[in-house]
Design a protein around this ligand. Sequence first.
Ligand code: 0O2
Length: 214
Amino acid sequence: FANYEITDTLQEFLALQQIYEAGIKEVKTKLEILDDEFKIKHDHNPIHHMEYRLKSVRSILGKLEKRGLEVSLESIVINLTDIAGVRVICNYVSDVYKIADMLIKQSDIKLIKKKDYIKHPKNNGYRSLHLVVEVPIFLAEKVQPIPVEIQIRTIAMDFWASLEHHLRYKADNEVPDGVRDELIECAKTISNLDYKMQGIYEELSKSKKKNLVP
Ligand code: 0O2
């Protein structure tokens, strides 16, 4: 290995990345277990699918710069809570809150931050439930708590957010007023759809329960 000059900083960065990846794995497993348990108890999977990502170096540097923060590993650890990200796509709005509650209740999970953009959508129409939780990572020599950002949303909310992100990226973040209004309109339509689907689901669940009563 003598030919490879790996600096201390790079080694530290890789070690840090591994711990954030472990944070993603922990949260992913916890959510999968909750989803499986829910399915057995209630004959319904609250989670449609999940996505995971480690924040890219470019995005990390961009965020530090935007906030005028020092560019160092220490600064990343102290200031950024979204290096490890898990996105949970649920079937219904009620599933979003069920999943969040079940996870937050766990004794080794510490809730650091909660932003409810479903009850209070952003001005542009964005809806999602954001949590930052701290999970303990058991390493050989120590236990390290690590923050993981979890975005929980419905399929419909995800559909809107993915397209809006893509359009904003295409337009270099400068979305024309007309398009912005249309996106807000779409967000409202999608929100109505979410609550309609929720209503249908509840109606069917009720009639299923009635039919089960002897
Ligand atoms: P990336 O590449 O997705 O990671 P903070 O993260 O706490 O420092 P903030 O603004 O308080 O900053 O976080 P917030 O509001 O919880 O939003 C963080 C993430 O939510 C964003 O990550 C997006 O993934 C998503 N998000 C927030 N607002 C919007 C929106 O209007 N449209 C879409 N499509 N997604 C949104 P990043 O940091 O932007 O980047």
